[in-house]
Design a protein around this ligand. Structure first.
Ligand code: FES
Ligand SMILES: [Fe+2]
Length: 374
């Protein structure tokens, strides 16, 4: 036996390469993760007025999210109950009070009830109440729309509270940011060539921050060491001493978010809400990403920069000093995720790689995936 073989490795293995490209595993993830958990699909304030809708994809399903005459948001499978034609084929729009199928003109109310079926409704044998659109569970949480395709979904709090309480050591510090009342000052959609899990894993570690994010580390030097594994129970990274704000210039150009305490003002918190949201809390804005897996090796990432609406109403409001810095960080991250994706099919990565000690907390995410997919 060699000396090497006797050494205990401090490294923990990653998922094997095939978890990042195998279509069968991806399908399994759609079924057992994205079709069974609450998944974020966008912002409630983007769908305004009766009849306004967005079409989103969760798991394998196309879903209409639509605002009713009663101002309530509802979600339905985007499938006509007659012969299955897709009902809404645009990404978004505004309907005049009903959803009509193009094929044989079955018509549904904004609440999903079947209200018209030419030459059929007069037939007493036809129980139209049975042929309404199939609803999907929907919750608005902190201004975000979350859908759950499961038959008997757990409460959304069960899914989201735990990671928040773990990150902040309670709910109160997170609540001070009042994310649900912030508004979008800028949105960028990124279409990148990497598996959704690489994006999450990359976000969960900062071992890469020193080499990859010099601009970010200049503002938040705590990340230079790469060890964020202890950032639980409310621990945060602080802005560098000579820096006023997390902006491209390092200068502050906005007042703090209204609910924050003095102790919050120089802090940055980043955390993940599985399965598809990344949140970054800064003293004067919040950066939120939500991921839309689009194949084993492709992910669309929506990134919103959120601000206090009162600040946005000012004539001189300009979000770009906040946008520029995080857009740089985003593009650096996507670049390395794409570089990693290229190697997932190599025999060098057949059994995966390793998480170094600074990254080993990510193994919990790998275990979560395995538990669901196996
Ligand atoms: S498929 Fe929709 S009305 Fe026939
Ligand atoms: Fe990064």
């Amino acid at each position: 036996m060699t000396t090497m073989a006797r050494l205990e490795t401090p490294f923990v293995s990653t998922l094997p390469g095939r978890y990042y490209y195998d279509p069968a595993i991806y399908e399994m993830e759609l079924e057992r993760i994205f079709s069974q958990m609450w998944v974020c699909v966008g912002r409630a304030d983007a769908i305004t007025g009766a009849g306004a809708y967005e079409v989103v994809t969760v798991g394998r399903e196309s879903i209409i999210v639509i605002r009713g005459r009663d101002d309530v948001l509802r979600a339905f499978l985007n499938v006509c109950r007659h012969r299955g034609a897709r009902l809404c084929n645009e990404a978004s729009g505004k309907l005049k009070g009903s959803i009509q199928c193009r094929y044989h003109a079955w018509t549904y109310g904004l609440d999903g009830r079947l209200i018209g079926a030419p030459n059929v409704l007069s037939d007493e044998q036809f129980e139209r109440a049975l042929f309404g659109l199939l609803p999907v569970a929907l919750e608005v949480w902190e201004g975000l729309i979350w859908l759950n395709l499961g038959d008997d979904p757990a409460s959304i709090e069960d899914q989201l509270n735990e990671p928040i309480i773990e990150r902040f050591g309670g709910y109160a510090a997170f609540a001070r940011y009042d994310v649900g009342n912030l508004k979008v000052g800028k949105r960028i959609a990124y279409d990148m060539q990497a598996n959704w899990k690489l994006v999450l894993e990359n976000f969960m570690e900062c071992y890469h921050c020193g080499p990859m994010h010099p601009e970010f580390c200049r503002l938040l030097p705590g990340y230079k060491t790469g060890d964020v594994s202890d950032y639980v129970n409310g621990e945060a990274v602080s802005l560098a001493e000579n820096v006023e704000a997390f902006t491209i210039t390092g200068k502050a150009s906005r007042p703090p978010l209204p609910g924050l305490l003095q102790e919050d003002l120089r802090h940055y918190y980043g955390f993940v809400l599985q399965p598809n949201v990344l949140l970054n809390l800064l003293h004067d804005h919040v950066v939120m990403h939500w991921l839309i897996p689009n194949g084993p090796g492709r992910t669309v990432i929506m990134c919103d920069w959120l601000f206090d609406p009162q600040v946005m109403a000012r004539a001189d409001f300009d979000p770009m000093d906040a946008v520029e810095i995080f857009d740089i960080v985003n593009r650096q991250d996507w670049e390395v995720c794409e570089l990693t994706q290229l190697s997932m099919g190599s025999k060098a990565y057949q059994s995966g790689g390793v998480y170094v000690p600074e990254e080993r907390h990510i193994r919990a995410f790998a275990d979560f995936v395995l538990e669901r997919v196996r």
